[in-house]
Design a protein around this ligand. Sequence first.
Ligand code: ATP
Ligand code: MG
Length: 383
Amino acid sequence: MYLQHLELKQFRNYHHQEITFQAPKTILVGDNAQGKSNLLEAILLMATLRSHRVSRDRDLVQHEMPMAEIIAQVAKDHAPLELSLRLRQTSKRTLAINGVTQTKQTDFLGQINAVLFSCLDLDLVRGSPETRRNWLDLVLVQLEPVCLSLLQQYAKILKQRNALLKSIKANLAKPEPSSPADHLTPDLTQLALWDAQIVTVGTRIMRRRCRLLQRLTPLAQKWHNAISGGTETLTIQYQPKFPFTHDDPPELVQQRFLDTLHQKKHLEYYQGTSLVGPHRDEVILTINQTPAKEYGSQGQQRTLVLALKLAELELLELVLGQPPLLLLDDVLAELDLHRQDQLLGAIANRVQTVITTTHLGVFDAQWLDSANILRVENGRIIG
Ligand code: ATP
Ligand code: MG
């Protein structure tokens, strides 16, 4: 897969811009706030249908414009492919492949694959569990597009179940003349229906995430070993609210999920929210048996994130049979020479890479010679 051409219309600070990717490596250079990250965001959106920075489409549409459009031309399996994504201020997105509107997002996913590495990724180590869950889900969606609809279904179920738990909480707080069990009966009957749904869809997500980590971990360990010089041992574990392993059958995981819901029901009524499920799970990163966020220097944490990203790249390539696009947002300057070399060695000329930077000085001459350098200025690409 090779991204040949990108057209941005009223996307973020780009009014109308066309970019041709002439070499496997593109360097976008420009001052702060000119639109470098916006361009990478547009590419990532085509791969994952999600932005890594915002959740609402209206933030992506240029201020005071009704609609944005991203059009990508890709060479895939020797056939040209045109993908278009329209984002609107107030209504839904439209997706098209070769001019044909796609009703299912899952059909659009997988046409472009990309791995992004930005300074935000340092939050993978330091940030909240949600950051690590989102990262895992972004990889999942690219490997198995069906996961996008699972995640969307789950979000809906969770919202409804939480609304019901909130009303149970409020009802419990009200003084009731009749027995409390009576006035909760309709709510509890409805809750049982939501329980069945959260367990079914939640289990599918949890098992997929767990399987993904199972495949990602040895690759991340290999890269981590290479970059840290073999002095540190990385472990990665999926930590759900109840124990299961990647090879447990789904019925068993579902039963444990349901049992845990029953155990926690009073706490859920009391808190008015769902306490078990993939939205509460954690990915535990440890180095030499110490939680990574407490371990070592910022540099060591960066090594870990770099290892995770290279593992992500390698896994996508293994599964898809071709390397994904690599988007490096302002991270080269943050890495020391040894880590830069590791990264550049891993990319070689195989992986189409788009890199942003404020200074070309961070690149060695060999890189600059082989890359197409584009200057970004106030939402425009100038030569
Ligand atoms: P840095 O080097 O600081 O990372 P950058 O070149 O990556 O800078 P971007 O994040 O790509 O900068 O672009 C930021 C610019 O885009 C800001 O000036 C911001 O105001 C503008 N911008 C963001 N969203 C919109 C939007 N919806 N409409 C218009 N402009 C926007
Ligand atoms: Mg930026």
